[in-house]
Design a protein around this ligand. Sequence first.
Ligand code: IPE
Ligand code: IPE
Ligand code: MG
Length: 263
Amino acid sequence: MSVYSELLKRVDKKNLPTHVAIIMDGNGRWAQKRHLVRVKGHEQGSKVVKRIVETASNLGVKVLSLYAFSKENWNRPREEVDALMQLLHRYLLVESNNLIKNGVRLSIIGDRKSLSPTLNELISDVCARSEHNTGTRVVIALSYSGRYEIVEAVKAVIKDVQDKKIAPDDIDEELFGNYLFTKDIPDPDLLIRTSAEKRISNFMLWQIAYTELYITKTLWPDFTKEEFLRSIISFQKRERRFGMTGDQLITQKNSSRGYSLNE
Ligand code: IPE
Ligand code: IPE
Ligand code: MG
């Protein structure tokens, strides 16, 4: 039996993370280690995207979000930025039919204004064509920054208050969440970051309040479907307490089975 099938057997299909988010990092170092130009690392990385989208979709993960390009990444050398935009364009062009055929719904979050008109057109087309799909929702964060998203949401809330659509007292976490790019997407349950960096780099700052983190040394171009399964198995072994005590969780679990330890 293959390693993949062995791991698949260990995944509890009834307890899958609904939303897996990935900070796909380490493409540049992967290329540098091989004395290649950084762009080669991005090329290899985009092949891994294809593989992980397929794996998540086969497994039945409802939402897979991928941090592809941050607002801060615009500060990289011009040639690298151009190459990344081209790769993204190519990925959408080449993969979209296949993704749509497999039931994937594609969404892009980020500052669309900063993208080229051609890329924006392609994005709108692919998103519209996949809008009614009910399979895995693939969310690509592109020209994205968590702080930017929050500031845009604040501006939109203020406008709605000024237009009297909402009152200041209506503002709570749920309402605020509805002004974010991710308004119809549940918060990530699991966040994977490749290449060992122990930081968030401005990704989904609001949404990851109680997300489980999985940080791996593996560079993104080396990330495999086996490691994707390992991250899910690791997630499934954890106790998510959301501020409660471990004992409270046991009581809650038992009472949802029809009896309580405290009774
Ligand atoms: C991630 O790989 C891809 C993007 C940020 C666009 P990097 O390009 O950041 O790779 P490293 O971190 O330099 O190795
Ligand atoms: C985070 O990676 C952004 C993406 C993966 C798109 P970076 O390589 O930009 O993050 P830092 O600069 O190391 O924090
Ligand atoms: Mg990096």
